[in-house]
Ligand binder design. Structure first.
Ligand code: SGN
Ligand code: CA
Length: 510
């Protein structure tokens, strides 16, 4: 940006809308790169998400620090790994909102800050001039929002549309336009249990999704992978009523009550439309009397279709957000970021859900449309992580990046530079066990070629993958002859990262 020299008296007012970039940070829930056509065109088209990448940059090695909603959000807000920001798990922690966060630093620098949608950190948001969040996971249909005064308002409509309406309304009518802004638009889509917007119920019904190569993985040599409860085949894990939506009035499954309460939010007219669609699916399902592999593959198709429908509304709304920014003349001066709180399994290893440090859930989509002045375009190959978002946004907007943040600014990458000393290894730590989906605690290190993972707590298992020879991570080569040297080198790197980030888990590695 061009440097301007202001008289001292005006320095305090220097965060004016004309001089500073805005940041619009769009984050979805459980949206994975396999389901975004600019990353992977096997399954769906996402033209509006792709617009961001086509006009700007696509990070092809983008990862999270802890593949779970709340923890991921806390990493993004603080620029720190979970053990340091204190929010390690959705179910055991409350986010300490008195700590330093990126929005607070923006606010102190004179920015207008706002947060709309899924927050999922238990405590109320801090550091925002305006917030309007949903309780917990929120609901797809006629959702309730929590207002800043603690009151709750139920809105008529579909969550993804409402979150976008609110975001546009804030940009257009609620913010102080004399100041630059930081806006978080945090969607519930595409989180379980994938309830589509009613107008898209029949979409993708004629589509048969290809079954991933690792769908029938036997988890040999990987006891933690075997112990998980996120299997499409299991009717305990993927519920026939709640997830697959083939409810049988005579059978109450484990999650039927949750399902009924969710679709109970529809009014009678909406419910009739919903029932007409899924009742016919359920009748057809019962007539087929499926079992074994046929049943598992049927569940997979239903899962893919419903997920894709939810994603369609999301893509529409990202398009709407981009159109607003363009029409309001904001695009030239705004960094638009699109990412998800983590990746997800679309049948790989036979799974749905996330949590593991294996590639599909460790990765997360990340595309950005850059404001004027930043020249990078196309693919960015460096390994980046969601702890880098806070330093990047701060750096871009000329706000000093605090020393204690673990992440690093991606600004040089956005300028089209290739810094020589960019990180060569990523640290990951998943803490939520015991919990739903039964994924063991684990941490690990990933380089461009290898992933080394340590599962611990009620298990003590190391896994090593050569991503070049085994990108699907089916062969745990830890302890195999010939891997001694690389294992030693990776453990050393892991200890160094754990010491650098001061993760007490280092004692389990040494
Ligand atoms: C809910 C879901 C889980 C999911 C977690 C965490 N169960 O508990 O399947 O793993 O959220 O997801 S449900 O029966 O309530 O749908 S996260 O993305 O918010 O971390
Ligand atoms: Ca999530």
């Amino acid at each position: 940006m061009k440097k301007t020299y202001l008289p001292l008296s005006l320095l305090a007012l220097s965060a004016t809308a004309q001089e500073k970039y805005n940041v619009v940070y769009i984050m979805t829930d459980d949206h994975t790169a396999q389901m975004m056509s600019c990353y992977d065109n096997r399954y769906v088209e996402t033209p509006n998400l792709d617009r961001i990448a086509n006009d700007g940059v696509r990070f092809v090695n983008s990862f999270v620090a802890n593949s779970l909603s709340g923890p991921s959000r806390a990493c993004m807000l603080t620029g720190k790994h979970s053990h340091a920001n204190g929010f390690t798990s959705n179910v055991y922690d409350v986010f300490d909102g008195s700590q330093q966060t990126m929005p607070k630093l923006f606010q102190a620098a004179g920015y207008q800050t706002a947060m709309i949608g899924k927050w999922h950190l238990i405590s109320d948001p801090t550091g925002f001039d305006f917030w309007n969040i949903v309780p917990g996971q929120g609901d797809y249909y006629n959702p309730e929002f929590i207002n800043m005064d603690g009151s709750r308002t139920q809105h008529k409509g579909y969550m993804t549309n409402i979150v976008t309406d609110k975001a546009i309304d804030w940009m257009e009518n609620k913010r102080d336009k004399d100041h630059p802004f930081l806006l978080f638009i945090h969607h519930k889509a595409c989180h379980r249990n994938w309830l589509p917007e009613l107008k898209y119920l029949s979409l993708y019904e004629d589509k048969e999704f290809p079954i991933p190569e690792t769908f029938y993985d036997d988890y040999e040599g990987r006891p933690a992978a075997k112990a998980q409860e996120m299997s499409i085949a299991s009717n305990h894990d993927m519920d026939l009523a709640y997830d697959v939506k083939v409810m049988d009035a005579n059978v109450t499954t484990r999650l039927t009550p949750n399902y009924l309460s969710m679709i109970g939010r529809l009014d009678s007219r909406e419910r009739a439309i919903y029932d007409q669609f899924y009742d016919s699916i359920a009748i057809d399902f019962r007539a087929r009397k499926l079992s074994g592999k046929a049943l598992t593959e049927y569940k997979y198709q239903r899962y893919m279709r419903d997920y894709a429908k939810v994603l369609k509304t999301l893509d529409d709304n990202v398009g709407r957000t981009l159109d607003y920014l363009r029409d309001a003349g904001l695009l030239e001066n705004t960094l638009v970021v699109y990412t998800s709180d983590q990746g997800f399994y679309m049948g790989e290893h036979g799974w749905f859900d996330k949590r593991f440090m294996y590639e599909e859930s460790f990765r997360t989509p990340l595309v950005m449309r850059l404001p004027d002045g930043l020249s990078a375009r196309g693919d960015i190959p460096q390994m980046v992580q969601n702890i880098d978002y806070a330093p990047t946004f701060l750096d871009l907007c000329g706000i000093p990046v605090p020393e204690d943040m673990h992440g690093v600014s991606m600004l040089p990458l956005l300028r089209g530079e290739s810094p020589k000393n960019w990180r060569d290894a990523l640290y990951y730590h998943f803490h939520e066990f015991p919990a739903e989906h039964a994924v063991k605690r684990h941490y690990g290190v990933r380089t461009d070629r290898y992933t080394l993972i340590h599962f611990y707590e009620d298990i003590d298992v190391w896994e090593l993958y050569d991503l070049q020879n085994d990108p699907q991570q089916l062969h745990n080569i830890y302890g195999q002859p010939g891997t001694e040297k690389i294992t030693k080198r990776l453990k050393k790197r892991l200890v160094k990262l754990q010491e650098e980030y001061a993760d007490p888990a280092v004692k389990l590695t040494k």
